[in-house]
Design a binder for this molecule. Sequence first.
Ligand code: C2E
Ligand code: MG
Ligand code: MG
Ligand code: MG
Length: 278
Amino acid sequence: RAKEEGGNSYAFYTAEMTAAAFEHVFLENALRGALERDEFRLLYQPQIDLESGRLLGVEALLRWHHPEEGVIPPMRFIPIAEQTGLILEIGRWVLRCACAQARRWLDQGFEFDWVGVNVAGRQVHDREFVGDVERTLAETGLPASCLELEISENFVMRRADSGVEKLQTLHAKGVGIAIDDFGTGYSCLSHLKRLPISRLKLDQGFVRGIPDEQDDMAICDAVIAMSRALSLAVIAEGVETEDQAAFLSGKGCRVAQGFLFGRPMSPEAIERLLEAAG
Ligand code: C2E
Ligand code: MG
Ligand code: MG
Ligand code: MG
C-alpha cells in the first residue's frame, strides 16, 4: 500500500513538473514574437505625497496581452525573459515607452517629478545599458532627473561591483536610482552607502503586516529611520489601507504607492488624475 501511495505521489509530482515545463516552453515561444506583434503595454501606478496627496511620480508596470491567454502578469514572464535574454529587447522597449509617455505628459503641461522604470539585473550587465539609457533620454527629450530606475535589492547586493559604476555614471547625469523591494535582500549597510541610490522602496511584504504584525512594523520603522539617517528618500509600496498610510506617515515616510491611492492604470487614467489635481 505504501508503495502504491509512493507511486501515486511520484506520478502527481511528474505531472506537475511537466505542466510547469510545458508552460515555460509555451511562454518562451510566445514571448519571442510578442514585441513584433505589439502585445506589450505599460500601466502606470501613482506615487503619492502622504501629506499633500499630490501625485509625485508614477511607476511603469509591464503587461503582456497574449491573444489567447489574456493578460499575463510580469511575475509569469519576466523570469523567462531574463533566462532567455529577451529581457534586453523588452527592457529597451519599456524604457523608451515610459520615457516617451513622460515626455508627452510634460508637453501637455502636467506636473510630476519622475517616472519609475523597473530594470532587471541582466539589463544593467548588458554592455549597451548606459548608452541605451542615455540615447533614450536624448531621443525622447525627457530630462534625466525625471527618470528613476528601479533595481532590485538582491541584484544590487549580489553583483554590485560590475554594475555599480554604470549606475554611478547614470546617477551623475541626474537619473534617479531606487532600490526595489528593500528589506527582502541581504544588504549590508556600509555597502548601501557606497551605491548611487536616491530612494529605497520599502517592500510591500512588510507594509502588509501593518497593523497586526509587530515584526513587520518594526522593520518598516527601521527602514524609514535608516533612510533618514542616510539622507535617502523612502517610498512605501503596497499601501492598501488608511491605517497603513497613517502608521507610515507617523514614522516619517512621506511617499507611498498602493491600491489605496490607485492601481496600475492606463496613461489616460493618469491624465485624469493629473487634471483633477491641476
Ligand atoms: P515591483 O516593481 O515591486 O512592483 C510592485 C508590484 O506590486 C506591482 O505588481 C504592482 O501592481 C503591485 N502593487 C502595487 N500596489 C499594490 C497594493 O497595494 N497591493 C498589492 N497586493 N500589490 C500592489 P506587478 O505589476 O504584477 O509587477 C510585479 C513585478 O514584476 C514588479 O514588482 C517588478 O519586479 C516586475 N516588473 C513589472 N514591470 C516590469 C518591467 O517593465 N521590467 C522588469 N524588469 N520588471 C518588471
Ligand atoms: Mg518596481
Ligand atoms: Mg517593489
Ligand atoms: Mg515587488
